[in-house]
Structure formats: structure tokens, C-alpha cells
Design a protein around this ligand. Structure first.
Ligand code: MEV
Length: 438
């Protein structure tokens, strides 16, 4: 049985590694060597990474790829993507090229409003609480002035604060529901600081509010936190062209293709089992750009999936139609992103990714991310409704299988040659390599 450890975070990195290796590995020196092999030789870069989180022992690599040729609102972008799944960047690049000769992607930001809430318990007369809120509202703004000053200079700040009665859901449960504009920052720290001040003001002002009884004065703050559900921080991405222009090598009959494509989207609209996988494909594109640009992909994921369920059942994020001979495919997603603050000026590769995107505003980044999601979805549906997904997927995965078997250069060449003409599957590749080695 392994031992517990006291004060682990206080140990040096070397001590942490030694302890972990001794405690959990059959070959401690091998584990230590591997961990150290992934340290950056540039001490400055390594120190940065060490300090991103607690108890860093090494770096965990994920490839950073590029999908070029994305024509978005008539401007070309090369999109940085951090992702481990073999086919994602290839699919994005292929789709970018396809649409670049068909008008490109159109993207628009519909709104940029963020949300935060103070959740509290009030036991008493609701009309008195409502009056208290009206009379105190200005104070919520004035007492957060030191926090909002800089954001206001950048054109952002607190948009509004409303009192919400949630007693139909939980006894005595109320909220201060606040909306914010955070411009180019994701705004999590700004919003949470404002909310914690609102909570303080709420509690202190209630204590001295003359109309409240002793019980009513004693408002209990449960928590103050931003919401990652941002249905009013919305971006739309779209592609569209005459059906006959969809024609290419793999799409000999564009009308049939467009109809099957629309059906595939409709299935994802009505069938949650399919919708989850359909949206997962969209997230392949979204997460990769979100990660490469130093944004919080967990927040983005949580918010987007909540949005996918907004009508009471989980549904497709994208939609497609054929109208008057025109094929249109689009999605609308909530995205709270930042291009300043957070990791954006800290992580050297995030800085590089943002520079590759020509240092976009948060709104421009929202558009790029939405386009990457739509492109990924287009690529998946195009394969699924024509050749099937495995052909392209396994082609990209072939190198991973070869690497598992530590094939030498000669074996690699033979494997690639053979599987150019033969169907790739894990077992077929394994059989082929084993036969070679006999
Ligand atoms: C695989 O990562 C994503 C797909 O399953 C998405 C889809 O089915 O639409 C190919």
C-alpha cells in the first residue's frame, strides 16, 4: 500500500519527483528520467510552466498544428490548433480549402454579455427585499468603482444588476443577477471581484436597513460566482453556396450530397445520442483553438453544452438547409473568450498563436473559434454521409499504430505503400508488421 504525504506542495520539484517515483513506480529512476526528459532546457520557460499550477513535475505535450487557408469574412487566416486527435487539423485544413473557393466563411458576433450571480438566502417579506434592492442598487455600482474603473476606460463594466426571486425553486433563495461587458478579457477575475463586493454591500446594507426585521437583516450569502453559461455572448458562423458548386471529386452528385447532409444535421437536431457525437465533432475544432489561444476550454465546453440543451432537450449546435438551390450550413454558439489577461501574455506559445491570428480582439477570436467548429462539423458530416469516417480517420491514425510498434524506416515505407491500396484497421496493420518481422 502507498503512503500518504504531508506538506507535499512545500517540497522542491526534485523532492516531489523523487517521492512520487519511489512511491508509485516499479522503476523509479526510469520514471524520473522520463519526467526530466520533458523539462524545457530554457530555464525561464520551464519556470513559467512550473508556476502555472501547483506541484508541477514536468510538462505534458500536445501538438500545436496549423490549419491554413481559412477565408473568414473575406480575410485569410491560418488557425493554430492544439489537439492530440490525429484527423482534426487535416480535416480543418481540407474544409478551409474547400470553402475558400466557395465564398469562404461568414462570421458575426451577435452579443458579448457575460453573467455573474450572488446567491443568497433571505427569510422574510419579499416586497421589503425588492424595495431594499431598488434603494441600494446605486451602491452596488459605486462600491465597485475601484474594480470597474479600468474596465470602464476600455468601454466595459457592469451592465445591469437585477434581483431574482428563486423561491419557487428553493425556499428563501434569491439572486443578484448581474450582466457585464468585459471587452477583450474573458473577465472571470473582474466579474468575480465585482460579485464579491456586491455580496459584501448586500450583507452590510441589509444589516442597517431600517425596514427589515432582525431576521430579514440577516441575509446569508451562499456564494458569488460568474456563470459559464453565457447565452447572450453569442457568435454565428456560416457557409453557403449554390448546391451545384458543392461538386468535387468525392461529391459527384451535389444535390444528393446536400440533401443527405441536411438529413444528417436534422437527425442531430432531434436525436440526443447523435447530437452529442455531432457536437463533439464541433468541439474538436473549438477546443483546439481555445486551448492554443490560452482560453478556458472547460468553461467553453460547459457553456456550449448547456446552450445545446436550452430548448429542453440536448440538440445539434449546427443547422443546415437547402433553399432556392442554395445550401447553407451554420452554427450559433456562446463563447466567453479573452485575448488579454489570463495566460494570453504569459504562455509563449499562446502569444505566438495569437500573433499568428494577427492579435485578434475577443470578438474576432470568437469568430475564428466558431468557424473552426463549423469547419470540423462540415468535415465530419461530409465523410459520414459519403465515404464513412474510418477511411480518413485511419489514414491519419496509421502513424500512431506504426509508432506503437516502433517500426524502423524501412518498415514504415512498406506499411505506407501497402495501406495506400488496402483498408486500414488496427489489426490489419499489426498483422502486416508482424508478417514483415517474421
Ligand atoms: C470524432 O472525433 C468526431 C466525430 O465522431 C464527429 C461526428 O460524428 O460528427 C467524427
Amino acid at each position: 500500500m502507498n503512503n500518504a504525504v504531508a506538506g507535499f506542495s512545500k517540497l522542491s520539484k526534485e523532492e516531489k519527483i523523487n517521492w512520487i517515483a519511489k512511491e508509485y513506480f516499479s522503476n523509479p529512476s526510469e520514471a524520473i528520467a522520463l519526467l526530466k526528459n520533458y523539462w524545457n532546457t530554457d530555464e525561464k520557460i520551464q519556470k513559467l510552466h512550473d508556476e502555472f499550477i501547483e506541484n508541477t513535475i514536468t510538462n505534458f505535450y500536445i501538438p500545436l498544428g496549423v490549419a491554413p487557408n481559412f477565408l473568414i469574412n473575406n480575410k485569410y487566416s491560418a488557425i493554430p490548433m492544439a489537439i492530440e486527435e490525429s484527423s482534426v487539423v487535416a480535416a480543418a485544413s481540407k474544409t478551409a480549402k474547400f470553402w475558400s473557393t466557395r465564398g469562404g466563411f461568414k462570421a458575426t458576433v451577435i452579443n458579448t454579455e457575460k453573467i455573474g450571480q450572488v446567491h443568497f438566502i433571505y427569510k422574510g417579506d419579499i416586497s421589503k427585499l425588492e424595495l431594499f434592492f431598488i434603494q441600494t442598487k446605486a451602491k452596488f455600482f459605486s462600491e465597485t468603482e475601484s474594480i470597474t474603473k479600468n474596465m470602464q476606460k476600455r468601454g466595459g463594466g457592469i451592465l445591469d444588476i437585477v434581483l431574482k426571486d428563486k423561491t419557487n425553486l428553493l425556499p428563501n433563495y434569491f439572486q443578484l443577477h448581474a450582466t457585464f461587458e468585459t471587452k477583450d478579457s474573458m473577465g472571470a477575475n473582474f466579474i468575480n471581484s465585482c460579485l464579491e463586493q456586491f455580496a459584501k454591500t448586500l450583507r452590510e446594507e441589509a444589516l442597517v436597513y431600517e425596514l427589515f426585521s432582525v431576521t430579514e437583516k440577516n441575509i446569508q450569502i451562499v456564494m458569488s460566482i460568474l456563470s459559464n453559461y453565457v447565452p447572450n455572448c453569442l457568435v454565428r458562423a456560416e457557409v453557403s453556396c449554390p448546391v451545384e458548386e458543392l461538386k468535387e471529386k468525392h461529391i459527384p452528385n451535389p444535390q444528393e450530397f446536400a440533401e443527405r447532409f441536411v438529413q444528417a444535421v436534422q437527425i442531430a437536431e432531434v436525436e440526443p445520442y447523435r447530437a452529442v457525437t455531432h457536437n463533439k465533432g464541433i468541439m474538436n475544432g473549438i477546443d483546439a483553438v481555445v486551448l492554443a489561444t490560452g482560453n478556458d476550454f472547460r468553461a467553453v465546453e460547459a457553456g456550449i453544452h448547456a446552450y445545446a440543451s436550452r430548448n429542453g432537450h440536448y440538440s445539434s449546435l449546427s443547422h443546415a438547409k437547402i433553399e432556392n438551390g442554395i445550401f447553407t450550413f451554420w452554427l450559433e454558439i456562446p463563447l466567453a473568450l479573452g485575448t488579454v489577461g489570463g495566460l494570453t501574455s504569459l504562455h509563449p506559445l499562446v502569444k505566438l498563436s495569437l500573433e499568428m491570428l494577427e492579435n485578434p480582439s475577443a470578438k474576432e477570436l470568437m469568430q475564428v473559434v466558431a468557424v473552426a467548429g463549423l469547419a470540423q462539423n462540415f468535415a465530419a458530416l461530409r465523410s459520414l454521409t459519403t465515404t464513412g469516417i474510418q477511411e480518413g480517420h485511419m489514414k491519419m491514425h496509421l502513424n500512431n499504430i506504426i509508432n506503437q510498434f516502433e517500426a524502423n524506416d524501412d518498415e514504415r515505407i512498406l506499411v505506407h505503400k501497402y495501406f495506400k491500396k488496402n483498408t486500414i484497421s488496427h489489426s490489419a496493420v499489426v498483422d502486416f508488421i508482424e508478417n514483415l518481422r517474421k
